[in-house]
Structure formats: C-alpha cells, structure tokens
Ligand binder design. Structure first.
Ligand SMILES: COc1cc2c(cc1NS(C)(=O)=O)=CC1=C(NCc3c(C)cccc3C)N=NC=21
Length: 269
C-alpha cells in the first residue's frame, strides 16, 4: 500500500470549487478531519500512469509556499488528485474580487515574495513549473499564497495546450525561447513570474488585454514588454523588467529575485 495512494473510502466529497481544463475540483474531507481539495481528472486529458509516477515525486516537494499534494486515488477512474484546501481560491480571482484598498502595495509585494519563495524552492530542486501564472496560485488564510499545479503541464495530452502553437498554450506568460523552441527552464519560469507580478500589481488585469496570441508573440519577439502598472513603484517595475530579459541568461534566478524583493520590501514599504 503506497503512502501516496489515498483510499476512496476515507474521502467525503463536498461542494464543487471550480472547473479546470483537466476536470472538476471539489472540496473534500479526508479521514474525517483534514480539509482537502480533490481534482477529478477528466478521462483522456492526462497520461495518467506518468502522472501517478510523478505524484510520488510531488509528495516529496514540501514548502510553505507550495500547495501540498496529499496523494492520489488511482485504483479507479477518474483518478483523484488530492491537495490541501486553500480557502480563498485562485490568486487571479482573489485579486479581481478583493477591493484595491484592502490590497495595499505592501500586501501585493508580500504576495509576490511568497510566490518567489515557493519558486526558489522548486528552482533549488531543479523542478520547472512550466505554467506559472496568478490562475495557478492559491490563497489561504491571512493572505498566504502558494504555487499550485507545478509540473502538471507535462502530463496534459491535449496538444492545443502543450504546443506553443496551440490555442490553449499560455502564450502571454511565455518568453522568446519558449515561443520559438518550447525550451522550458527555471529562467522561463522567471519570465512567467514577471508576468505574475504584473498581474498582482494590476490587481488581476489580463496581460496584453484583448490582443490575439499572434499579436502578443510579435510584441514579445520584438522585445516589447508589458507597461508599468498604474501606481506601481519604479523599483518594483524594474524587477519585472529584469524578469523579461530577452535571453534566459539575462534574467535573475529566483534565489536572487527573493533577495531583491526582500530589500525593496524592507526599504520602501
Ligand atoms: C475556495 O475556492 C477554491 C479553493 C481551491 C481551488 C479553487 C477554488 N475556487 S476558484 C475556482 O479559485 O474560484 C482549487 C484548490 C486546491 N487545489 C487544486 C488542485 C488539486 C485538487 C489537484 C492538483 C492541482 C491543484 C491546483 N486547493 N484548494 C483549492
């Protein structure tokens, strides 16, 4: 009996939390007292066996800014992926529905610092996220923010999502080397982190507005970057621009970013 295997009978499913592209997410109670979220993987959306092998690795990645994977129910179909429950849902929704005065610059910067800590942990473990964005981070009590869905992009079968030409590919969070060669790295995650910072400091605006994917690709390959969010401090916008260095080696690591953001947090806020 593998420790990452969760027994169906120990899980009580409750209200639906949301609908992702891989399936429905519902709240669940595990062993009568542990608050969880359960993703029920729609059949055929994922190479399930590969994912179950991966789940063993993911249960070992533990950090206060990573959504903790508790395990999988893989004895039946659809398989369930069980994680800790985050009371305020996705960071993207939270930013859009929380009024700006509740989200002062100190809070917004602290959210970015928390995501950066989680990403620095993944970087240290040579783990590439591949789909970092505000929609893939979750908010818990006291504005705790955690990175979710890390690494799952590799198991998606829908090539509309996985190929950079696909209609569902996250073009707006992708750097030039991913748009041109699908070359993912922790430095491509850093580019996406810069876009996530922009999402945070615009309180949930959509990057590049209503531009089409091909318009965004042209802009990014012509080295045009997102504009400074209204009211955003120059020091903070400069960090975003560092994340958007044209070549991966021009971008800082998450380890360096963490320290840079901490200095800004102590000095200007
Ligand atoms: C309260 O509201 C919510 C809470 C959660 C949530 C969505 C909402 N609502 S919404 C749609 O944002 O409006 C998704 C999760 C989650 N894990 C999701 C997850 C699982 C189960 C398996 C693999 C990967 C991941 C990321 N833990 N808590 C919540």
């Amino acid at each position: 009996h593998d420790k990452w295997e969760i027994d169906h009978s120990e899980l009580v499913l409750m209200e639906e939390l949301g609908m992702g592209q891989f399936g429905v997410v519902r709240r669940g109670m595990w062993r009568g007292r542990i608050d969880t979220a359960v993703k029920m993987m729609k059949e055929g959306t994922m190479s399930e066996d590969d994912f179950i092998d991966e789940a063993k690795v993911m249960t070992k990645l533990q950090h206060q800014n990573l959504v903790q994977l508790y395990g999988v129910c893989s004895k039946h179909r659809p398989i369930y992926i069980v994680t800790e429950y985050m009371r305020h849902g996705s960071l993207f929704n939270y930013l859009r529905r929380t009024s700006p005065d509740q989200l002062g610059h100190a809070v917004l910067l602290d959210m970015c610092i928390q995501v950066c800590r989680g990403m620095a942990y993944l970087e240290r473990h040579n783990y590439i996220h591949r789909d970092l964005a505000a929609r893939n981070c979750l908010v818990g009590d006291e504005n705790v923010v955690k990175v979710a869905d890390f690494g799952l992009a590799r198991y998606v079968l829908d090539d509309q999502y996985t190929s950079s030409g696909g209609s569902k590919f996250p073009i707006k969070w992708a750097p030039p080397e991913v748009l041109n060669f699908t070359r993912f790295s922790s430095k491509s995650d850093v580019w996406a982190f810069g876009v996530l910072m922009w999402e945070v400091f615009t309180c949930g605006k959509v990057p590049y507005g209503r531009m089409t994917n091909s318009e965004v690709v042209d802009k990014v390959l012509q080295r045009e970057v997102l504009e400074k969010p209204k009211g955003c401090l120059n020091e903070i916008y400069n960090v975003m621009r560092a994340c958007w260095g044209h070549k991966p080696e021009d971008r800082p690591s998450f380890r360096v970013l963490k320290d840079q953001l901490a200095v800004i947090s102590q000095s200007v806020l």
